[in-house]
Each structure stands twice: as C-alpha cells, then as structure tokens.
Design a protein around this ligand. Structure first.
Ligand code: ADP
Ligand code: MG
Length: 703
C-alpha cells in the first residue's frame, strides 16, 4: 500500500498522491490508450469501449494499491452537496472465491435510482431511472477506501439532473464565442478558451462539544436563538489576526489532506468575525474548481471532527457578526497562453481586453437577476442585502483608472494617465494599461481585481457550479453578439470602437466604484439607475423561467425550458423546506427547553421571595424579576403558538412559488419575532439555567 503518511515528507512528494492524475495515466497506460484518453478530454468525444476497459483496469489496480475496496460514481445533484453510491470491486468466481474487477462499462456509465434526488418534477417515479456518466476532464481519486469517479448525472430521457453537465456545456459555448473574438483580432493559434475559477471559501470553526449541545446548530447549521455577546467583531481584531494553536493545527492537517487529493490549497487566514476563517486555492479550470470546492468543503468538515472542532459552512451561523461567503474569482484563458482579462503590456492586447471587459459589463447589466439568483438560497438571504456581504443589487466595480479609460473611449477623447501621458485608445497606442491594484473595494458584488473578476455573492455552502454556468453563458451571449456585429466588417477597428462606445453608453449604469453597503447607493441604484434589487430568493427565482432567460439558455443549449422549470421548482422547494425545518426546530427548542427553563427559574425566584416574606423581608426584587420573566414567557408562548399555526398553514400551499412566499412572509418573519423575545429573555436568566450554550462560548472558546 502507498505510504500516505505525509507528516515527515515534502509536500511535492505527496501532492496529488491520491489522484489518478495525468502523470499516473502516462505511467500506467499503454501509449495509444493514454493518447486516446487525452483526445477524449480535449474534444469531449465518447470513449471507445476497449479503451475504457484498459483505463478502468489500470485505475482499479492503482486504487487497490491505495487501499480502495470500492468504486463510486460521484456527482452533484440539484440540491445538497454531492452524492455517491459505492460498489465493491469484488466479483464471485465459480469456485466460491472473489476476484477484483472493474470494467470500462462500469467506469463510463453507472445506474442510479434518481427518484430520491430532487428533480423539480421532471420525472414521475416510474421513470425514475437515471445514469451517471464519467467526466474524464476531472481526475478520479481515492478517498476513504473508495475510488471516486467524477461524473455527470442525467435521466434516461435525457434531462440533466445535476449541476455539472450545464457547467460543462457553458464552458464549451463560452470557449466557442471567445474564439470568434480572438480570430477577429487576428489570433490563429488559440483553439480553446477555458474559464478559470479560484473560489475563496469562508467558514467558522467552533468547539465540537458546544456544537453538539445546540440542537439548532446540529439540525439547521445555524443558531436560531442567541443573545449577542458583549464582544462581537467591533474591535476588528480577528481579520488576518494571529491564528490560534488549535486552529493552526487544523489548518495544517486540512492543507495536507487537500494536497493529497491534488487540491491547490494556497492561502489561509482569519476572517472578520470571531472564529471565522478562509481558505483559498490556486485557480484552475471551472469544472475542476467546482469538484475541488465540493471536496474541500467535505474535507473541512471531516478534518474538524478529528480536532474536536466543528466546521460550520452555513452562510449565517450567528446573528450580529458577519456571515460566510465564497468569492468566485473568474477569468478566461486561451490555450496559447493568454489570460483574456489581463490588460497586458502591449497595445494589441489593450483593445482586445477592452472588448472582453465591455462584453462582461454589458452581460452583468442585462442579466443581473440571473447572477443574483445564481447565489440564491435561504441561507444566503441572511447575507445579501444585510450590512456586510455584497448588496442584493448587482453592480460592477472596475476601479477609477479603468473607468477613466472607458469614459475617454466613450467621449472620443484621449486618455490621460496619472503621469500625464496622453493616449489614443486603439490598437496602436496605450502601451501600459493601468492595473487597478490599489483600490480593493470589498463591497462590490462583481469586482474587477487586476486580471479577473471576483463575483462575491455566492454563499459559503453553495456549489459554485450554478453561478459559473450562468456567468459563462451570459458572457458567451455577449461575445456572440459582438462577433455577429463585427465579423466580415472591413474596417474592424473602427467598427469595434463604435460598438464599444455604444456598449459603454448603454451599460455604464451598472458600473459603481463606491461603497456598495451604503443606503445612498441602494437608493441611487434602484431609483436613478433602475438596477434590480432582488432582496430574497423568492424575489429572484421566478426570473429563471422568464422568456429572456429561457431564450438565453436554450440558444446555447445549456438548459432546456423544462430543465429551467425543474431547477426553479427544486430551488423553491428547497427554500421552503429549509425554513420549515428551521421553524420546527425552533418550536421544539422552545417547547422542550426554553419555556420549561423559564418556568423553573421563575419558580425559584418566587420561592426565594416567599422565603424572604416568611421572615418579614418584602421581596421587591423577586417580585419584579418574576413578573418580568412571567410576562416574557407568556409572550414566548403566544408567539410560539402563532408560529405553529403558520407552519401548519404553510403545508396547505400547493404551488411552489406561493409556498415559498408564504414561508418568507409569514413563517420566517414570525421566527424573527419569536427569536427577538427569546433572546431578550436569555439576557434576564442566570447562565447556568439557560438551556442553550451562549454566543460567547460558541464564538470565543477555541484556543
Ligand atoms: P483576496 O482575498 O485578496 O481577494 P486571495 O489570494 O484570497 O485574494 O484569493 C484570490 C483568488 O483568485 C485565488 O483563489 C486565486 O487563485 C484566484 N485567481 C487568481 N488569478 C485568477 C484567474 N486568472 N482566474 C481565476 N481565479 C484567479
Ligand atoms: Mg481572500
């Protein structure tokens, strides 16, 4: 068995040791088979059966050397994290023994009963068969004694039931359209453009024993109650602060586990809120980044348990301090070595860069609701629009230098640099582009950061697949429009400049470099610039199936109308279910723990008062306290009953959107009302009598 003990070794010795990587394939496959797999990877063509058999066998031998006994087709269903079904390699022989086998057929295609996965009503149960199909562009790996094979998940009737297939489709279409633009600039060498992603992952780390003691954390991943601690994040002493020993040990272990799986974990630091941290990998191709991010989240949780910690990936585990997001750093690069969003140092690149930049700005402006909904979930609603994460209004930050360039271009003026040099914007001028590295606007949902865009709306527990699928498709559409308008034109540069000026004029309203958290901005965005402000999931999900959205996704065959409808249904259903579970958990906690604790505490106070009375002391304090607690407890009881009624009423809503609206407007808002009273009560009850671990303990106990 391979030595997986990494502690004494160099990272380069064990990096990727559990991955069936390109290097392993080259070593273990016959040359022609290896070449054939490479072709499949590049062109996305189907793999020949005989070749699949050879690959499967090599994979199996390699995996068994690493202790694997099973293989699993691994996929990302519509909701939830990831799914896997494990089969042992064993096959019985006629003499009652077993041999270990893994065929090409088993590698390429797997059967999965799709009926238990959300489909948003795409199929009825009798036709619930689905299958998983190998994605050879993402490497197989060994984890927990299984060989994991990254796959896509479809129904037998062809509908897509996962998040990966649309992502792969969107990567194809954006590549095609970007190549059309590159050709217009005279590029004949590039044959493929890939979208690259580096997701920064935020998380909370708390003591496992305190996690276990909170029913709300265990069941819903967030605290449904909890009075604010005397200290929150106001001192701003946690961000980039010194990392505590236990956390540091955890991070070291986590890095090693991720490196073994070939994940480029790179940066780690403390975040703004107490107990909040971040991990960022080095960017890679979108679909691999998506797979790696799913794995990262899983390994984060598993590794925490080993350290007596619990890793919370919920977007808002604690009220009153920042929630967690996932910054999706995104760019495009061509296989002849250019980052298309790098302004570059040569004049040629400038205009090409501006073309891609303008296409993206236009796309964000025209399809803002789709970007907003790509980050929509019940958990993330706590962040977006609150005073911390990017606002729910989607705008683009490009920095003051770039804005000046676009303004100059629009006005047909020369652009003046800081050093007072003047440049005509075009192919033969503007040698050194200003790269905006100084201004790190953290409040923008979609920020240009030097050579990539950072889409900051995603929730920490989300898969990045949906957001990148939508982003890629939007950009493909804009590049397609540009290419349609420019191909075959004689005066390319002149026509291009006209097109860019028009684009800037029509879409500059989406550019905003100021403070995205301020009320003035929201006001200006909505009332002056008419940008949509879709505050909650329920507000934005209906856009998914509006004609403009269906047209976009069908044009590029990323989603069919039926698939869009099913996804919307699945997301709405998930939203309602999450709130329903939270409401039920609240009811249980109030009835089983909180009210009983209030009653016994009140009784003790009354008993103390009675004892005092008996020896002739008037129990003034006891009376006041008991009255206050009685009244708070009565309020809790009253609001609990209302919440209970609303939860029951919600069951009667048949329509997905209507139900989700009801959950938001009635159930969720009633949960807020109930929480406020319970939290106030907490501050009036002795700590050893309060049945829930305090925020102070949860947030400040890891040393
Ligand atoms: P910050 O916190 O300052 O925004 P980090 O270093 O934490 O920056 O994260 C930046 C992320 O951006 C990293 O994951 C990095 O790999 C990624 N990134 C850098 N260049 C690109 C690119 N061309 N395409 C996609 N992601 C990129
Ligand atoms: Mg960062």
């Amino acid at each position: 068995m391979a030595d997986n003990n990494s502690s004494a070794k160099n990272v380069s010795d064990y990096f990727g040791c559990n991955v069936f990587s390109d290097k392993v394939m080259r070593e273990r496959l016959p040359k022609d088979v290896y070449k054939s797999v490479q072709r499949t990877k590049k062109l996305g063509t189907a793999i020949d059966k005989n070749i699949a058999d050879v690959v499967a066998n090599a994979m199996k031998d390699w995996a068994i050397e690493r202790g694997a006994t099973h293989y699993a087709h691994w996929f990302q269903p519509l909701t939830g994290v990831s799914a896997e079904k494990h089969d042992a390699f064993i096959n019985p022989t006629s003499n009652g023994e077993v041999i270990l086998e893994f065929s090409g057929k088993e590698l390429v295609k797997g059967e999965a009963d799709a009926s238990s996965f959300p489909s948003g009503g795409l199929r009825s149960t009798f036709e619930a068969r689905g299958y998983t199909a190998w994605d050879p562009t993402s490497s197989a790996f060994v984890k927990d004694n299984s060989l994991y094979i990254p796959t896509a998940f479809c129904s037998y009737t062809g509908e897509v039931l996962d998040k990966k297939t649309p992502l792969l489709r969107s990567m194809e279409v954006v590549s095609e359209q970007a190549l059309r633009i590159l050709r217009l600039f005279g590029n004949t060498t590039a044959t493929r453009v890939t979208t690259t992603v580096g997701p920064e992952q935020e998380y909370f780390l708390i003591d496992k024993k305190y996690f276990d003691a909170r029913e709300d954390l265990v069941i819903t991943g967030r605290t449904l109650f909890g009075a604010k601690p005397p200290k929150g994040q106001e001192l701003e002493d946690h961000y980039y602060g010194n990392i505590k020993q236990r956390v540091s040990d955890y991070m070291k272990d986590l890095d090693e586990e991720l490196w073994k799986l070939g994940i480029y974990a790179k940066t780690k630091h403390n975040e703004v809120a107490p107990s909040q941290h971040e991990l960022a990998p080095i960017f890679t191709t979108s679909n691999i980044a998506a797979d790696h991010n799913q794995l990262t989240m899983e390994i984060m949780k598993k590794t925490a348990i080993k350290h007596g910690l619990y890793c919370l990936l919920h977007e808002k585990p604690f009220a009153g301090v920042n929630g967690s997001g996932k910054h999706n750093n995104w760019s495009m690069s061509s296989n002849d070595g250019q980052n298309l969003l790098d302004p570059g140092d040569t004049p040629q690149n400038n205009l090409q860069f501006l073309t891609f930049l303008c296409a993206i700005i236009k796309g964000v402006h025209e399809y803002a609701p789709l970007l907003r909904l790509s980050a929509a979930s019940a958990g993330n609603d706590h962040r977006l629009g609150a005073n911390e994460a990017p606002p729910a209004v989607v705008s683009v930050f490009i920095g003051s230098d770039l804005e000046a360039v676009l303004n100059a271009l629009e006005a047909g003026k020369k652009y003046t640099t800081v050093a007072d040099q003047e440049f005509e914007i075009g192919v033969d001028a503007l040698p050194n582009f200003p790269k905006d590295t100084t201004d790190r606007n953290r409040t923008s949902p979609f920020a240009f950061t030097g050579n990539k865009f950072e889409f900051r709306m995603l929730g920490s527990s989300d898969s990045i697949s949906c957001a990148n699928t939508i982003l890629n498709t939007i950009v493909a559409e804009e590049l397609c429009e540009f290419a349609d308008a420019l191909e075959g034109k004689e005066n390319f540069e002149g026509e291009l400049k006209k097109l860019l000026v028009k684009t800037i004029r029509e879409h500059k309203d989406v550019i905003f470099n100021g403070n995205g958290y301020s009320d003035e901005w929201i006001n200006e965005a909505v009332n002056v610039r008419h940008l949509p402000n879709l505050v909650s999931t329920v507000d934005c999900l209906p856009d998914y199936v509006k004609p403009y959205s269906i047209q976009l996704f069908e044009k590029f065959k990323v989603y069919s109308a039926a698939e869009l409808h099913s996804r919307t249904e699945a997301l709405l259903e998930n939203y309602s279910k999450v709130i329903n579970i939270e409401a039920l958990t609240m009811l249980e906690m109030v009835k089983k723990n909180i009210i009983p604790a209030c009653l016994t505490y009140t009784k003790d106070i009354c008993d103390t008062g009675a004892s005092k009375q008996a020896i002739g002391i008037t129990p003034v304090l006891e009376k006041e306290l008991a009255e206050k607690l009685s009244s708070l407890t009565a309020d809790i009881y009253k609001e609990t009953k209302i919440l209970e009624e609303k939860v029951i009423a919600a069951q009667g809503k048949e329509d997905g959107l209507e139900a989700a609206r009801y959950y938001r407007d009635e159930v969720f808002s009633q949960m807020q009302t109930l929480r406020a009273i319970v939290d106030e009560t907490e501050t009036n009850v002795s700590e050893d009598r309060w049945p829930l671990t305090s925020y102070s303990k949860l947030l400040f106990s890891v040393e």
